[in-house]
Design a protein around this ligand. Structure first.
Ligand code: M6R
Length: 588
């Protein structure tokens, strides 16, 4: 997803702009650009490609100026071209803009601006902001008035930073994150604290409908109506800045291995917060659990755990489907929103709708400073540290571990999640990574289709394993509730299919074994993931016996994550930054 950085400093800002863009690379992008102000003129350099590549082609870091803006673009409106990359200048070149989000009414605004003589150079929705600002600024010669006049015409969701040729940076946000960083030598405006955390831990989180105007003497904040507002300065955790690969070849494999620790970190919670979270669940008449992608799979597991252990109805709803399925959401409802980033547009929109219907919002997030964490009634962090790989790995097991801790607290320990015991079992599973790599090389040469079968608590893991294989290795993979095989998917089974069977020795065991026989009879290769061996498996990945069958997800997902990672390498895919995907999906 797009990243924004703006800096006003006492030294040339271009090297820091480029560094900041690199630190936010994990968000996903296709083009890069920087604009700086030097001798009252704005220069823009931009192009498609990765930050290092565009920097070495265009010498971004060598641009002169004490004020600048930078951007990595993830295309939404207009193709991936140099022209469509940000920053976008206005006609005179005296204002340049970087933007994240979508301007829904840009076609209408563009038509009006063109009829006034503005010349557009890109196909983006963003460029209307630069021309609107120019129009407003030419009329008023006042940046605050120009900003208010502009935001009041924009529809959609956005965060943008505009650089003016007089050395001012002005920014605004509506439903997209924007944070101001403050150090002794500079002011920063960024879509992500990682954009400036290497320089300062002092941050001011702008609220929706805030405008900030910054020069080297300070920052003034207003609402869209022009009234002054105060936003407190927060100290953000330095450990967030700890984003490097260490001894590992990729962030993804590093993060897979970090799960030994991160599943434990997820369960350390402040007493008053976890109490408030649990009290709200107990008091609720109805509980809806929502999330997207991997976090939706955690929602499925959380709902199963809640219903089984607490004998209470938990309803999982995909965040993108929430708006179509909220007739029963009311003031008696608690919505548990789960998200690694806390910035996923579908999740934020679900919670906004739920709140408007009177529901209470609880959240489980990894990024403690995110919009979801800050807007929920109670928010619990999973404490996983930065997850840079686009594919969610440690955030998933962190979310699931926290769900166990919550359900255990609510039920007097009925799941029996003991973090040290589970961490040891995960460590053992990780120790088998070389075997999984060999399995990829043995199994995969001729395979186009992978299926994963599981029942009950294993079904969300079948879905999550399939998601990992799709996004990391670009292989068609499908998670199937094993009992559904004969209702359709059996037609696809033949000798070209590889079928993972999630078959722990629990109450699903014999039914799932029958499913395995059904696919084996059609010639498919079977990889069993189980704690008991069986001749039917062409290969088997052994998992440890768990004391409670509800705990199997945490050990079953590890080999599937490893398999997906090695399959990505086998397929020459970049496991950290899969094509077409962004880490933080801030558009619906
Ligand atoms: O940040 P979130 O947990 O809200 O993100 C939700 C999904 O976009 C995310 O889980 C996505 O599916 C991952 N790429 C999965 O690996």
């Amino acid at each position: 997803m797009c990243s924004i950085i703006g800096i006003i400093g006492k030294n040339f800002v271009a090297p820091a702009l480029v560094e900041s863009l690199k630190r936010m690379e994990y968000r996903g992008y296709d083009s890069v650009g920087v604009a700086t102000l030097s001798t009252n003129r704005i220069s823009v350099r931009k192009g498609i490609g990765k930050v290092n590549q565009v920097n070495s082609n265009l010498n971004l870091a060598e641009m002169e100026g004490l004020v600048g803006i930078g951007h990595t673009r993830w295309a939404t409106h207009g193709g991936v071209t140099d022209y469509n990359a940000h920053p976008h200048p206005c006609c005179s070149g005296d204002i340049a803009v970087v933007h994240n989000g979508i301007i829904e009414n840009y076609l209408q605004l563009k038509e009006e601006l063109v009829s006034k003589g503005h010349l557009f150079r890109s196909e983006t929705d963003t460029e209307v902001i630069a021309h609107l600002l120019e129009d407003q600024y030419n009329a008023s010669r006042d940046i605050k008035v120009a900003m208010m006049g502009t935001v009041n015409q924009l529809e959609g969701s956005y965060a943008f930073v505009a650089m003016f040729a007089n050395g001012t940076l002005a920014c605004a946000r509506l439903d997209e994150p924007l944070v101001i960083g403050i150090s002794d030598n500079a002011y920063y405006a960024s879509s992500d604290v990682l954009g400036f955390l290497q320089y300062t831990d002092q941050a001011m989180f702008l609220d929706n409908r805030d405008i900030a105007i910054m020069d080297i003497t300070g920052t003034c904040i207003f609402n869209f109506g022009g009234e002054s507002v105060t936003r407190s300065v927060t100290k953000v955790a330095w450990e967030l800045a700890d984003a490097n690969k260490g001894e590992f070849a990729h962030y993804t494999i590093k993060e897979i291995f970090e799960q030994r620790i991160s599943i434990k970190a997820a369960t350390y919670q402040e007493e008053h917060k976890i109490k408030a979270f649990c009290d709200a669940i107990v008091a609720a008449g109805k509980i809806v659990v929502t999330g997207s992608g991997t976090s939706y799979h955690t929602s499925l597991i959380t709902s199963m755990l809640g219903a089984r252990v607490m004998k209470k109805r938990f309803e999982p709803v995909m965040a993108s489907e929430f708006k179509y399925n909220m007739d029963s959401v009311d003031k008696d409802t608690v919505v548990i929103a789960i998200s690694q980033s806390g910035e996923t547009a579908d999740v934020l929109s679900a919670t906004k709708l739920a709140r408007a219907a009177g529901a209470k919002i609880l959240s489980i997030v990894n990024v403690p400073t995110s919009s979801l964490a800050r807007t929920a009634d109670v928010s619990l962090g999973i404490n996983s540290g930065p997850e840079i790989g686009v594919a969610a790995t440690k955030s998933f097991t962190g979310q699931v571990s926290l769900a166990y801790a919550i359900v255990d607290r609510l039920s007097g320990g009925k799941v029996g999640f003991e973090r040290d015991v589970v961490s040891d079992k995960i460590t053992k599973m990780l120790g088998g990574s070389a075997g999984i790599e060999r399995l990829v090389n043995m199994t995969m040469p001729k395979v186009n289709d992978i299926y994963l079968l599981g029942r009950s608590i294993h079904f969300p893991i079948a879905l999550e394993g399939a998601l990992k294989m799709k996004e990391l290795a670009y292989v068609h993979a499908e998670g199937i509730a094993a009992g559904e095989l004969k209702h359709g998917p059996l037609a696809l089974m033949d000798k070209n299919a590889v079928v993972f069977v999630l078959n722990a020795d629990d109450k699903t065991y014999s039914d799932t074994l029958s499913s395995a026989h059904e696919v084996k009879a059609r010639g498919a290769k079977i990889i069993g993931i189980s704690n008991v061996s069986n001749d039917i498996y062409d290969a088997m990945i052994e998992i440890p016996k768990m004391d409670n069958e509800l705990l199997y997800p945490l050990v079953e997902i590890i080999p599937l994550q490893l398999f997906s990672y090695y399959l990505a390498l086998h397929n020459n895919a970049d496991p950290d930054f899969p094509r077409n995907l962004a880490k933080s999906v801030t558009v619906s």
